[in-house]
Design a protein around this ligand. Structure first.
Ligand code: PNS
Length: 171
């Protein structure tokens, strides 16, 4: 059984993440999407909300499990009986940091490999932080996240309809 772990903050999950999940499911028998409890980051959605949203936007993927973790990623991967970490790469700018992390993780456990999957070009500039910023300013994120996430963002930022709240400043 080839099991892999796809870790991240997923605050919130985007179409770019979902693309990586679907590609990883083509390569592995089972995939554990692992939502990190990261106390140093000020998350928009709680750990439980992020886990719940992921479960709801990925129905019917029976080889997929959604879990949460804290502490060292390699320890979680070991505990899951997995041997691979899946990471998405967007622009070259991701590479330096991801390269460092994968080497550190390999030092911590040489039996766990990191597998990098290239995003589709249409998601190359997509990130959860830009989605949060655009939504907070009333912009439409419907090309970037599933409808449920868009709805949750609107609720969180107190916006009623997609695109409403967009204003043009005139000075
Ligand atoms: O979506 P993100 O915020 O880029 O995900 C970052 C994540 C969760 C992959 C990273 O913070 C992580 O691996 N955290 C676990 C802590 C750990 O194992 N650190 C040592 C690896 S260098």
């Amino acid at each position: 059984m080839r099991r892999a772990v796809y870790p991240g903050s997923f605050d919130p999950i985007t179409l770019g993440h979902i693309d990586i999940i679907d590609r990883a499911l083509n390569l592995f028998d089972e995939l554990v999407v692992a939502v990190v409890r990261n106390p140093s980051k000020n998350a928009l959605f709680s750990l439980e909300e992020r886990q719940d949203i992921i479960g709801r936007v990925l129905p019917g993927r029976d080889r997929l499990k959604v879990a949460t973790f804290s502490g060292l990623l390699v320890k979680f991967v070991e505990a899951q009986g997995a041997h691979a970490i899946v990471k998405g790469l967007r622009a070259v700018s991701d590479f330096d940091f991801e390269f460092q992390m994968s080497l550190l993780n390999r030092q911590l456990n040489p039996r766990i490999d990191t597998v990098f999957l290239m995003t589709q070009d249409r998601y190359a500039f997509l990130s959860s932080s830009s989605v949060r910023e655009i939504a907070s300013l009333g912009g439409s994120v419907n090309q970037m996240v599933p409808p449920l996430v868009e709805e949750r963002l609107r609720e969180r930022f107190g916006l009623s309809e997609p695109g409403r709240g967009q204003t043009v400043d005139r000075e």
